[in-house]
Design a protein around this ligand. Structure first.
Ligand code: NDP
Length: 277
């Protein structure tokens, strides 16, 4: 099954929309640099691009997509609403679509839960309306913990389709991950290469040697074999190519379990329960 994975593989969200498993991340990619990154990623075969209002580069991402000449409908463009826009998600959609130079957004998500539940529900309700109007093809959330997901189900009657969360060998968020799997919430792994800290995971060198691959490729393949959508970021063409070259080998179950065993509850970034932007 896993050996059949290809760069074209997609994850089907509960509403039938298909998201390519391999996405190109654009966090901390400056507006002047991101265009080259997106161009190289599309040339390397990525068809899923992940950005956000908060990254300050949607306009340049949109220009690079348009310049690529690749048909819009073959691309999956994902972006996120920042918390300051939760009172006006319709406005956030108009702004993101304009910057990205697209009529519709494939996946539009709430970037963080925020602490104001009323505002979160209002934002999510508008997201669902945008989805029912066809302006976005899928609604999603990011950095939502089990409690946040449960409360959305309580208010709206269904779990979100997609949750983008930090997942990597030192921090798999196993309970949240299992909850999402059980409830058919697609998981996308942000920080899949540990935001540049991957070299500290010295155990990966042995696996890299054994498979004749780089530690980054071993790690990204581990993500794919776990069924994650994965969003590696690089601004170097050779790494962008390397990070997409994941389909000619397969990790054994023993090695998958070994990478799982590296878990140490290590996370980078804000706390999802208290972060308000
Ligand atoms: P990643 O885990 O993708 O790591 C990126 C870092 O790894 C960069 O320093 C990059 O350097 C380096 N790198 C990339 N490829 C390789 C390689 N083959 N070998 C060695 N080093 C490599 O970090 P991100 O935090 O950027 O996460 C990925 C994406 O996830 C983001 O870009 C964004 O789209 C999303 N994200 C979402 C968040 C959310 O809250 N929803 C939060 C954070 C990220 P270089 O660029 O110099 O190559």
């Amino acid at each position: 099954m896993n050996s059949a994975l290809t760069i074209g593989n997609k994850k089907t969200l509960r509403n039938g929309i298909e998201a390519p498993l391999l996405g190109y991340g654009t966090f901390e990619s400056a507006p002047d640099d991101v265009g080259n990154g997106v161009r190289w990623a599309i040339e390397a075969g990525y068809r899923h691009i992940d950005t956000a209002k908060a990254y300050g580069n949607e306009a340049e991402v949109g220009s690079a997509i348009r310049a690529s000449g690749v048909a819009r409908e073959t691309l999956f463009i994902a972006t996120k609403v920042w918390m300051d826009d939760y009172p006006d998600v319709n406005g956030a959609f108009e702004s993101a679509a304009r910057k990205l130079k697209t009529d519709y957004i494939d996946l539009f998500m709430l970037h963080w839960p925020g602490t104001d539940e009323t505002l979160r529900y209002k934002a999510y309700e508008t997201l669902l309306k945008l989805e029912s109007e066809g302006k976005i093809h899928a609604s999603g959330v990011s950095n939502f913990m089990v409690e946040h997901l449960e409360s959305l189900k309580g208010v709206f009657g269904a779990y979100p389709l997609y949750n983008q969360i930090q997942v990597h060998p030192w921090g798999r968020q196993p309970d949240l991950y299992a909850f999402c799997e059980k409830n058919e919430i697609a998981v996308a792994a942000w920080g899949p290469l540990m935001h540049g800290h991957l070299k500290e995971v010295t155990e990966l060198a042995r696996l890299a040697e054994a498979y004749g691959r780089s530690p980054a490729q071993i790690t990204l393949r581990w993500h794919l074999q776990r069924g994650n959508i994965v969003l590696p970021k690089s601004l170097h063409n050779e790494r962008i190519i390397e990070n997409a070259d994941l389909f000619g080998f397969e990790l054994s179950q023993g090695d998958m379990d070994f990478i799982d065993s590296l878990e140490r509850d290590w996370h980078w970034g804000p706390d999802a329960y208290s972060f308000n932007g």
